[in-house]
Design a protein. Structure first.
Lengths: 459, 441
């Protein structure tokens, strides 16, 4: 149940009117800023989001967005390599960064009176990064180790990577954020610097400051530290290669002896949230909760786990926050003695039944209750709120879109959900992946059902 | 319901770590001690900003109170608490919880079983009734046990092909042998298969008793409201549970234990004996560990192994103050052909740390970080409840929150030198390596 609400919290988008005062401003050099006030504790979260991610990479250079993110800690004219993190730590704060398909973000969490310090350092590395050849070389080894640790040593991650690659023929969403190993090995310091000089600029960034601050003081500080930075002229719009219509259902079979217990993943091409038009994505968000949100009460849980005992886990996952079309994912781990084809057949049966029967009104009402409750619980987490705004604005959404999202979500009707489901479940737009042992399985085992594709890589 | 979790290399360690990450409030946090009319004690932070409460109920002993030959019983029992209670079966219970938008979590570790709940003020009475059913009158129906058992068995089997879980298992066995800490709280396939409904009721009685219990509440409730609520929610739990197991000194010697595993990268855990929080030199050790391996990008280990040499994505060390054993340990992962070099760098750093020499700057930076970060931890109702629970489980006074930073600041170079020489022992630092390492003897 907790997992369910947490998932909703992540997807909900939060209601700023309740969460604290949100205001915005823009500097003449194009930097857009969001300030979220929360005076419960003398803490501040300072984030800079760049409107560039791995999906903006050139073919053959996969991983450059994430490599540069690591190199951003290597110093400037006035800061030694590692000095930013050490300074933040020496002031009791924490810092990190992450790269996704659609954005790259850097953040610090620190006592509110240290905001000028972190803003000064973050502004410095927006335009004045220096990367020594030695640091570039060493850091390349670090990201290769990161890939080894998070992907190559993890059979589930490898499987997810294959599943996505099978789903997206042309969209860069089929390429892992961290990059393909061979291409990562060929990344150079110059590739990183070119990336940096083009995309790291105030007119390509979103500043989010949340916590015990006022908009006026944030603006004064931002004018002082970010104001003098020069924008990049002639930034092109973010037009990525688009996915052609999918005309054939695809099957992936992944075999690895580290897969202890077989499971299947089904993904469908799905529409994303769009600025000013979030209704379909809201319906799909609710659909995901109805189908596979809570193991005990969801459609798939009732049918496959509690009903005929086909599965020991069944869940669905959808996050519409995305620039280009995304996926809707379903995972099923069959019970012992149930084969993957049998589980797949049961899944298809459950989906067909759902399309025929429609939504249980009681379940729909409970989900609406939870959506409203999530707005209350989410007020306890300012950093989550800051992240929500940063992610949305870096993906091309407006503050208004973020503020409208909870209402869009609560106004979704059963008919909206069923219409979205009918459009979504087209076999020809699907990928079905089987993960199983390479050699004959001795005993049944499990792969925990983590949400598919975190799509994010941390520094 | 089992919430599937990837096993981290530091799993054993992290449980202990959380217990010592205690904090000093950034906002003025006033902890009130409330005693209910029925005599149940709780720590309360009253805050009416947001209309909900976070409630933590923890039971000391956790999965270490498994009866002999019943390994895994307390874990399975914990995961089955919400699978039907009172008049409700599993699905009815879940529906009721959804309708109230209440969040309940049931988790068990080596040292405690923790129930954490968040409830909207408007639904508080009904939510308390529902939680009470799970705590006092769980049904443990056979079908529910079997369903959750299948999930637990899948996790046990999955751990056998997970290098991090293999490393943790190997290290626990080496350090703790037949003590409860020596095996996974999940149990084995055989022990879990053999568990019965009666075992579930027994397991509950062993751990979920009022003499093991601590309670923390944060949010929209007054002391006058809380007292009767506690009596209603918890008053019918049995007064006494099973006795705590004996403490144990980890049996760790120097050297490397290698477990063959087909992977391009080796997972490494390292451990030696540790130090108790009650030890007068604990804070000196804590500051030293910050310098050595806990300081994120500022630590010596991160600097030497990752930043200078690119041998790993991340490395950390941690003091693990569990109730029944103390260790000082760490973990990282490194390519098979680089892991030998990484281990030798760790050994060098361990030996250097054991001399107890730290620079003035290292000491000052560690203190500024630890004292500055402490208040930032108190940043949400659920978090604060968790911190108070950790304090109570460790028997710490409320005043700890205000004295903790003073204790950090009081640490001198001499204190660090003394504790380093007393505790750190490079010759007794055991490494467990899971992978296909090359060049390791």
């Amino acid at each position: 149940m907790r997992a369910f609400l947490v998932a909703l919290l992540l997807l909900l988008g939060l209601n700023p009117a309740m969460a604290g005062d949100v205001s915005t401003f823009e500097l003449p050099n194009g930097l857009k800023a969001v300030v979220i006030e929360d005076h419960r504790a003398p803490v501040v979260v300072h984030m800079v989001w760049y409107k560039v991610g791995s999906a903006d990479e050139q073919r053959g250079k996969s991983g450059i967005a994430h490599y540069l993110e690591h190199l951003m800690f290597k110093g400037t004219d006035t800061m030694a390599p590692g000095e930013l993190s050490k300074t933040v730590a020496a002031n009791g704060g924490s810092d990190n960064a992450f790269t996704s398909y659609d954005y790259t973000a850097y953040f610090q969490r620190i006592a509110a009176d240290r905001l000028p310090l972190v803003m000064k350092m973050e502004a410095d590395r927006m335009r004045n990064l220096r990367i020594s050849p030695d640091d570039a070389k060493t850091e390349l080894q670090v990201i290769l180790e990161e890939r080894s640790q998070r992907t190559d040593s993890n059979a589930n991650a490898l499987f997810s990577e294959q599943e996505r690659a099978a789903q997206f023929l042309n969209s860069p969403y089929g390429t892992p954020v961290i990059g393909w190993r061979k291409e990562m090995e060929g990344l150079t310091r110059q590739n990183a610097l070119d990336w940096y000089h083009e995309f790291y600029a105030p007119n390509n960034a979103i500043l989010v400051v949340a916590g015990d601050v006022t908009p006026a003081e944030v603006k004064t500080l931002a004018e002082k530290y970010y104001g003098p930075l020069k924008p990049t002229e002639g930034l092109k719009p973010r037009a990525r290669p688009q996915e052609p219509p999918q005309r054939a259902a695809r099957q992936v079979t992944f075999k690895d002896d580290r897969i202890a217990q077989p499971y299947l993943m089904r993904s469908y091409l799905a529409p994303e949230r769009n600025p000013g038009d979030q209704k379909t994505a809201a319906a799909l968000t609710v659909l995901s909760e109805i189908l596979g949100g809570n193991q005990a009460t969801s459609v798939l849980g009732r049918k496959l786990i509690y009903g005929d005992g086909t599965a020991i886990y069944a869940s669905s996952y959808y996050d519409g926050m995305s620039i280009d079309p995304t996926t809707f994912n379903i995972s099923v781990m069959p019970a012992k003695d149930v084969s993957l084809p049998e589980a797949e057949k049961a899944l298809d049966g459950a989906l067909a039944q759902f399309l025929k029967d429609g939504i249980d009104p009681d379940q729909f009402a409970r989900i609406k209750t939870q959506v409203k409750a999530a707005e209350i619980y989410s007020r306890d987490n300012t950093q989550g709120l800051a992240r929500r705004y940063g992610e949305a604005l870096a993906s091309g959404f407006s503050v208004q879109d973020v503020e409208n999202w909870p209402d869009v979500l609560t106004s979704v009707t059963e008919a909206d959900v069923m219409a979205a489901a009918k459009d979504l479940f087209q076999a020809r737009e699907s990928v079905t992946g089987y993960a199983e042992r390479a050699t004959a399985a001795p005993t049944p085992v499990s792969v925990p059902m983590a949400p598919p594709a975190t799509q994010e890589v941390t520094q | 319901m089992i919430r599937a979790v990837f096993t981290l290399p530091a799993r054993l360690a992290l449980a202990g770590l959380f217990a010592l990450i205690l904090a000093l409030p950034a906002r003025a946090i006033e902890i009130q001690q409330v005693t209910s009319p029925g005599g149940i004690k709780a720590w309360l932070v009253e805050n009416h900003d947001i209309p909900f409460i976070a409630l933590d109920v923890a039971f000391k002993g956790g999965a270490s109170l498994d009866a002999p030959d019943k390994r895994g019983a307390i874990n399975l029992m914990t995961a089955t608490l919400e699978e039907g209670a009172g008049q409700m079966d599993s699905q009815q219970f879940a529906e009721a919880q959804e309708a109230l938008a209440a969040q309940f979590g049931f988790d068990v570790g080596d040292d405690s079983l923790e129930v954490s709940a968040q409830m909207l003020s408007e639904n508080r009475d009904k939510s308390v009734n529902l939680l009470r059913a799970a705590l006092i009158t769980p049904r443990f129906e056979q079908t529910a046990i079997d369903r959750v058992r299948a999930q637990v068995l899948s996790i046990i089997a999955s751990d056998k092909t997970d290098p991090n879980a293999i490393a943790a298992k190997t290290m626990r066995k080496l350090a703790f042998g037949d003590h409860p800490y020596g095996t996974s709280l999940n149990g084995t396939i055989d022990s879990v298969k053999a568990l019965t409904q009666e075992d579930m009721f027994d397991a509950k009685a062993r751990v979920m008793s009022r003499d093991h219990m601590v309670v923390s509440v944060v949010g929209d409730i007054t002391p006058a409201e809380l007292g009767p609520m506690l009596d209603h929610l918890l008053g019918d739990l049995p007064a006494k549970g099973a006795p705590m197991p004996a403490a144990i000194t980890p049996n760790l010697t120097g050297g490397v234990t290698t477990v063959d595993f087909d992977s391009p990268q080796s997972v490494v855990m390292f451990a030696q004996k540790g130090i108790a929080m009650s030890d007068p030199d604990f804070f000196a050790a804590y500051v030293l560990n910050q310098i050595l391996g806990a300081g994120g990008f500022s630590s010596r280990l991160m600097d030497e192994v990752r930043e200078k040499r690119g041998l790993t994505y991340g490395i950390a060390s941690y003091l693990v103050d569990k109730d029944l054993a103390k260790t000082w340990q760490g973990s990282f992962a490194s390519a098979n052909e680089k892991v030998a070099q990484a281990i030798s760098v760790v050994k060098e750093q361990w030996a250097k740390a054991a001399t107890g020499a730290v620079t003035d700057k290292e000491l000052q930076d560690a203190k500024t970080y630890l004292t500055g970060a402490y208040p930032l931890r108190f940043d949400g109702n659920g978090t604060i409840a968790g911190i108070m629970t950790g304090m109570q489980l460790n028997g710490m006074p409320i005043s700890y929150i205000t004295t903790r930073n003073d204790q950090v600041n009081a640490v001198t170079k001499e204190d660090i030198a003394r504790v380093a020489k007393r505790i750190l022992d490079p010759s007794a630092l055991r490494f467990v390596v899971v992978g296909r390492p090359s060049g390791l003897n």
